[in-house]
Ligand binder design. Structure first.
Ligand code: ADP
Length: 480
């Protein structure tokens, strides 16, 4: 049994008030990989109080000073890349190569916002009368509560706390209970980077109890959340009572559209990245694959060939491209979508089953799957899958595929493959999505905005766009 990991509150590592702990298991084999403190509202309350106290000096510190700590953290995260990646892979199953890439992405965020910290500019505005001077200043919003999911347990944390800390906010972070170990390790690095006590706090444990304290405690000015649309709506409702600021990155249902003039090899590569990376457990994952009717057969054959050459297994084993799903509930839900599609007339071009033999017998593994003969009645057509399963839907023309692609309550990411320039622009403009990959299956970068239309969320992370979410705009009018 490993030692139980504590929470980081006001610069100290402390046990949960409840005295309870929670074991974290590896979804590839069921082994216990760590134990965490199972905190609740009482611990969240302490963390919020610490962040509130620390805000007084952190918000007043010179931007270059805040930048220095973020830069230290950038270096530490890079230095500890392999250890952090190993923890990610062990606690939630993703292939080690993807986990290393994730950690470098997190480091890049700390670097980016170490730089942005120095560039939070205000403005002067010409007055309508000669006896006034108008000034606009940006100020940090206050204590930020950040709630993160398990699918990117290091980079999601970085994407939220780096811009918040950069502009002078203090933070209380609650990671997902399914994958908190890599986040805890990152908070050890936050301590090592020298941030003053109370500036960044970590509370692990009971999501609804901690969430309620975050919503109810008036010292929390802003809630930033990434996770399901269901929980996002709950938090929005709660936040409304005190008109708290919110940023939400919620579910998605990305269409991936392949036109008849597309480079099919590039499209298969892009589809693989956007559908099968992280075992299909990303909010920007392809969920509906629209292929022009004239190339459906050729495209499906190429896709199936790619999947035949894809190794599923423990993410820590070399050569594995698809790890296990995060837990049994995830597996049941994905298998349920496959069964539902089959019952409603869907065909299986590849995969379709849980893997249980030999190396797979203790994990939550599923074959990468391709479904054909898809109809709008099938759950997979409109519900988020969060697994390595793709439904292929043939289409006839640009206007009808655009209409089908936009017919969703979600609006996070969309993908288009075509070599026709004018069509690239028509589609990029017509798709009601916050992120559009045109001949690009992996369109996210640190400096680019990330966020969704419709029920996929509110606000944007990434680049300078993220800063606005942690700033208030103050107008000062000087009579002279
Ligand atoms: P997923 O289905 O991806 O696990 P969730 O929305 O359930 O998505 O989880 C995302 C994050 O939200 C996790 O950190 C989880 O612990 C947290 N969470 C779940 N329920 C609540 C809640 N009632 N209040 C606040 N946070 C919650």
């Amino acid at each position: 049994m490993t030692d139980s990991k504590k929470m980081y509150i006001n610069g100290e590592w402390i046990e949960a008030e409840s005295g309870e702990t929670l074991e974290i298991t590896n979804p590839a084999n069921g082994e216990v990989v760590g134990t965490i403190s199972y905190g609740d509202a009482r611990d969240a309350n302490k963390a919020i109080a610490a962040a509130h106290e620390a805000f007084k000096s952190w918000s007043q510190a010179a931007a270059r000073e805040r930048s220095k700590y973020l830069y230290n953290l950038y270096e530490l995260v890079r230095k500890n890349r392999d250890e952090l990646a190993g923890l990610i892979s062990a606690e939630m199953g993703k292939p080690l190569g993807e986990a290393k890439f994730e950690v470098l992405g997190a480091a890049d965020n700390f670097m980016w916002y170490a730089e942005e910290a120095k560039r939070v500019y205000g403005e002067t505005v010409p007055s309508s009368t000669p006896n006034k001077r108008l000034m606009v200043m940006k100020q940090p919003v206050g204590v930020v509560a950040a709630i993160t999911p398990w699918n990117f347990p290091v980079n999601m944390v970085a994407r939220k706390i780096a811009p918040a800390l950069a502009v002078g906010c203090t933070v209380v972070l609650k990671p997902a209970e399914k994958a908190p170990l890599s986040t805890i390790r990152m908070f050890e690095l936050i301590e090592e980077a020298g941030f003053p006590k109370g500036v960044a706090n970590l509370v692990t444990g009971d999501a609804s109890s901690i969430g309620k304290e975050i919503v109810d405690n008036p010292k929390v000015a802003k809630i930033t959340f990434t996770g399901s649309t269901r929980v996002g709506k709950l938090l929005m409702e709660g936040a409304a009572a005190q008109v708290k600021r919110i940023s939400m990155e919620l579910g998605g249902h990305a269409p991936f559209i392949v036109f008849e003039d597309a480079d099919l090899d590039a499209a298969v590569k892009g589809l693989f990245e956007s559908k099968y990376r992280n075992a299909g457990q990303m909010c920007i994952c392809t969920n509906r694959l629209y292929v022009h009717e004239s190339i459906v057969e050729a495209f499906t054959a190429k896709l199936v060939e790619r999947l035949q050459n894809t190794k599923v297994g423990d993410g820590r084993v070399k050569g594995v491209e698809i790890g296990p799903l995060v837990d049994e509930a995830a597996l049941t839900s994905v298998l349920g979508q496959i069964e539902d599609a089959k019952e409603k007339g869907g065909g299986i071009a590849f995969g379709g089953n849980r893997l249980t033999e030999g190396e797979y017998n203790k994990g939550f593994f599923i074959e990468p799957t391709v479904i054909t003969d898809v109809t709008p009645e099938m759950n997979i057509y409109s519900q988020e899958t969060f697994g390595p399963v793709v439904p292929i839907i043939p289409f006839q023309d640009e206007a009808s595929v655009l209409e089908m692609a936009n017919d969703s309550i979600y609006g996070l990411a969309a993908y288009v493959y075509t070599q026709n320039n004018a069509r690239c622009f028509r589609m990029a403009e017509g798709l009601e999505y916050g992120i559009v990959g045109v001949n690009d299956g992996s369109p996210t970068q640190t400096q680019a905005p990330f966020g969704g239309y419709k029920q996929s969320g509110i606000g944007r992370e990434g680049g300078h766009y993220a800063l606005d979410g942690f700033l208030e705009t103050k107008f000062v009018s000087f009579g002279v």
